[in-house]
Design a protein around this ligand. Structure first.
Ligand code: ASP
Length: 467
């Protein structure tokens, strides 16, 4: 039976079996030392000439040994290493698999290596301690969220479809051609927004999901074509309920999993959009009092955003501008603006129930109370200039669902990758995603996107236009 290396420090005098990789190797002639690595840690192993195959060991070989756990002489104790006071005296050695010389080193933090190469060999890149720790931390964060929501707050985790319908939600959709219905397409969800609202209509009351979202955007900053949200929705709530739950979750999560971090201000300060932009010139201000402290977390909520803004109309004459939503077409206005929304009046002054949560100058989440009455949702699309027929074909299902006693509801989604990258003090979200794409949307390891067989295209009725 295999013992994890983290158990070495509790196992002095025992002869146990360990498996892992050769992390470092020092050949002292008769005696060979290696550092053996598994997911749980590192330990030094000493091979005497009684095990001659030790000569064959190279870096990153996968091996199995039995070893006697011995205290190292006081002068050799390495205080920084969790197992620094111990070593293993090898009794047997089995080489489970040899390794080629790795094209990238895995015993550094990897920051010195070209990212394209790190991604091509991502399975090796992930062997390095920094990335392994990021994945383990991400796992802990997700588990904490699940326990908090399910066990303490009666939320239900529900999976929603990945193949869905293209609707104008803000970003460009990824499309999936249908083979059975030539000329028709599914879209990958930009978020589970509509499904989570439909779950509220269905009576689930409290939903969440660790949800994958897809947005076909041009490379802009630290973005990924697919990313993960903590997505949640609640029925019979007001803005304060959603804010209170999320603030409690963020505070508990950080105090439990990141005790070394300090939350600058609790409860989180709140700024209106107007205050934030007037005072800081931005709607996601960095409120840290000391920007050199990597463990200082300055959260704030931004509220009272304008619901609509004017943008150039894509398809009409120049100079004509159209209203569009600033955040989410499904949001409700603040109650005092409902009359104006329904009357399609004073559009530029309508404020939405939208709330964003900002951490150290980055938006880590946002949500709103929704329009739960069909006439209010319809008014949003009318203000955006949609004809009745288009509203019906794009959103008829939502309007219909809201007509069957839909409860008042609201929710939020956090950018989970971004939150974990901030908590792990990582410079970008790619460092906390197991298999990210490059900044320009490629996977150098699998070599995607890639061409497909002519036969596959034919089945889909697709012809590629040569540019
Ligand atoms: N669906 C929204 C988004 O992805 C979040 C929300 O309002 O719950 O931004």
């Amino acid at each position: 039976m295999r013992t994890p290396i983290s158990e070495v420090k509790n196992s002095e005098g025992k002869e146990l079996e360990f498996s892992g990789w050769v992390h470092a190797r020092r050949d002292h002639g008769k005696i060979i030392f290696i550092d053996l690595r598994d997911r749980s840690g590192l330990v030094q192993v000493v091979f005497t000439p009684s095990i001659p195959e030790a000569k064959d060991l190279r870096l990153e070989y996968a091996i199995k040994i039995t070893g006697l756990v011995k205290a190292r002489p006081a002068s050799m104790v390495s205080a920084e290493q969790p197992n620094g006071a111990f070593e293993l005296e090898a009794k047997t050695l089995e080489i489970l698999n040899a390794s080629l010389a790795t094209p990238i080193s895995v015993d550094t933090d990897g920051m010195e290596i070209d990212e394209e190469v790190r991604m091509k060999y991502r399975y090796l890149d992930l062997r390095r301690e920094r990335l392994k720790n990021n994945l383990l931390a991400r796992n802990k964060v997700i588990k904490f969220v699940r326990d908090f929501l399910i066990d303490k707050n009666e939320f239900v985790e529900v999976e929603t479809p990945i193949l869905t319908k293209s609707t104008p939600e803000g970003a460009r959709d990824y499309l999936v051609p249908s083979r059975i219905y030539p000329g028709k397409f599914y879209a990958l969800p930009q978020s589970p927004q509509q499904y989570k609202q439909l779950l509220m209509v269905a009576g689930l009351e409290k939903y969440f999901q660790i949800a994958r979202c897809f947005r076909d955007e041009d490379t802009r900053g630290d973005r990924q074509p697919e990313f993960t949200q903590l997505d949640l929705e609640m029925s019979f709530v007001e803005r304060e309920d959603v804010i209170a739950l999320n603030e409690a979750l963020l505070i508990e999560l950080i105090e439990k999993l990141y005790p070394e971090k300090k939350i600058q201000e609790k409860p989180f300060p709140r700024l209106t959009y107007k205050e934030a932009t007037e005072k800081y010139g931005i709607d996601r201000p960095d409120l840290r009092t000391d920007k050199n402290d990597p463990n200082l977390l300055a959260f704030c909520w931004i509220i009272d955003f304008p619901f609509f803004e004017k943008v150039d109309a894509a398809h009409s004459e120049a100079s004509v501008k159209e209203w569009t939503f600033t955040h989410n077409p499904f949001s409700a206005p603040k109650p005092e603006f409902m009359e104006d929304l329904l009357a399609e009046k004073n559009i530029g002054d309508i404020l939405t129930t939208q709330y964003d949560v900002v951490l150290n100058g980055l938006e880590i989440g946002g949500g709103s109370i929704r329009n739960h009455k069909p006439e209010a949702l319809k008014a949003v699309f009318k203000i955006m200039g949609f004809e009745d027929a288009r509203i019906e074909s794009n959103f008829g299902h939502m309007l219909q669902a809201l007509s069957f006693g839909a409860p008042p509801h609201g929710g939020i989604a956090w950018g989970l990758d971004r939150l974990v990258s901030l908590l792990q003090n990582e410079p970008n979200i790619r460092e906390v995603i197991a298999f990210p794409k490059t900044g320009d949307g490629r996977d150098p390891m699998m070599d995607s996107p890639s061409t497909v067989d002519e036969k596959q295209l034919k089945e889909l009725g697709i012809k590629i236009e040569k540019k």
